[in-house]
Write a protein that binds this ligand. Structure first.
Ligand code: FNR
Length: 372
């Protein structure tokens, strides 16, 4: 269907399922084991309801914000998803270009199909990008990547901590992964001689170090001045430890349901983390010094507004943009971002918030999330 018939982010998924090559669909859409967590990621948002305020002049609303101190047109960023070229020949560049156009931040994955430098080279002046880091067993490789990223102007390092081993994604495993186009696999991975018979995920992940530990945090702090954020924190105890280590924030995430099945949704974890860190360290959220991010299952601006009301600085969105460029290239991503802009504008008015600072906890009823 023409892009003009696309009304929301869910539509891209339905179209991608039909038009995408089977192997790519399997890799993008798959999640761990029985796929309970991926379902819960979105379902959790259905348990939070709004308490809108009325009679506030909402002629003009402004939903722009700052993420790690950098301007963003909305409290949302494009999160890191590997292997963009499986879905479209331009891969991650579709995201880079659309992000520039819409004033949003892109997180570049370690396992991008385009080279890191090509992705950075595609930015417009002033465009902000973050880097998602998988930590190599060979720390010299990681150090080189991190320092190169910093030198190229990357503004935040998101260290993935929920993947000491890749989850079991059976839909993907049923596809024998063979990189027909060598460009699908970046140089580092080509050097790794790996078993390609178990799906895309396993074929590309053998270098990741399961030995990563809290003891490594000072090393990261010693090799870079970029803000460090842990991506994949799933309980308040670890969020507290990250805060006490002096990190800049955490992403409350279960990797889009692709790692541990029966991990809780980011929204549920957010609720717990805000409560415990307020009680134990006197923090209030959103907090500039220690920022909370959430991802997984976010498909509407209303989902984002719920997370922001509960204390998130911003929310990451993954699959919808993959499905958008797999079906329509960069124009698909532009359309997805435009849909989110329109949804923000309308829903800010409908909840009675003129700025993101006015999206406060009392604007939601979160009593159906676990009590804390
Ligand atoms: C991911 N995600 C991910 N995360 C990460 O830290 N490194 C990675 O390489 C990838 N790769 C990746 C590939 C694909 C195809 C998907 C769908 C996801 C996880 C991603 O950053 C994020 O946590 C989730 O995608 C968020 O959930 P939604 O928005 O996809 O529901």
């Amino acid at each position: 269907p023409p892009l003009s018939e696309i009304l929301n982010l869910h539509d891209f998924e339905a179209i991608a399922k039909v038009v995408m090559p089977e192997k790519a669909w399997a890799y993008y859409s798959s999640a761990a084991d029985d796929e309970i967590t991926i379902r819960e990621n979105h379902a959790a948002y259905h348990r939070v309801w709004f308490r809108p305020r009325i009679l506030r002049d909402v002629t003009t609303v402004d939903y722009s914000t700052k993420i790690l101190g950098h301007a963003s047109s909305m409290p949302m960023y494009i999160t890191a998803t590997a292997l963009g070229k499986l879905g479209h020949p331009d891969g991650e560049l579709n995201l880079t270009r659309a992000a520039a156009k819409h004033g949003v931040i892109q997180m570049i994955p370690t396992l991008a199909s385009c080279s890191f430098d090509d992705i950075v080279d595609a930015t417009k002046p002033g465009q902000v990008q973050f880097l998602q880091l998988y930590v190599n067993k060979d720390r010299a490789i990681t150090k080189k990547l991190v320092q190169h990223a910093e030198q190229r102007g990357i503004k935040g390092l998101f260290i993935t901590v929920d993947a000491p081993q890749l989850g079991r994604r059976e839909k993907d495993m049923r596809m024998k992964f063979e990189a027909e186009d060598p460009a699908e696999v970046t140089e580092n991975q080509q050097q790794d001689r790996v078993d390609r018979s178990q799906g895309a995920a396993r074929a590309i992940s053998s270098f990741i170090d399961p030995g990563l530990d809290w003891k490594d945090i000072p090393w990261f702090q010693s090799i870079t001045k970029m803000p460090l954020i842990l991506k994949g924190v799933q309980c308040w105890e670890d969020a507290l430890e990250a805060y006490d280590c002096g990190l800049a924030g955490v992403v409350l995430s279960n990797h889009g349901g692709r790692q541990l099945d029966f991990a809780r949704s980011g929204l549920e974890i957010l609720h717990e983390v805000v409560h415990e860190l307020s009680a134990r360290r006197g923090l209030s959220f959103p907090n500039e010094k220690f920022q909370l991010f959430v991802d997984g299952g976010v498909r509407r601006a209303t989902d984002v507004l719920k997370a922001v009301a509960l204390g998130a600085t911003a929310v990451g969105v993954g699959r919808p943009f993959l499905y958008a460029f797999s079906s329509y290239g960069q124009e698909g991503v532009d359309k997805a971002l435009q849909i989110l802009h329109d949804e923000f504008e309308m829903n800010m008015r409908l909840i009675g918030a003129r700025t993101i600072a006015e999206v406060v906890p009392s604007m939601v009823d979160a009593s159906s999330l676990s009590a804390h």
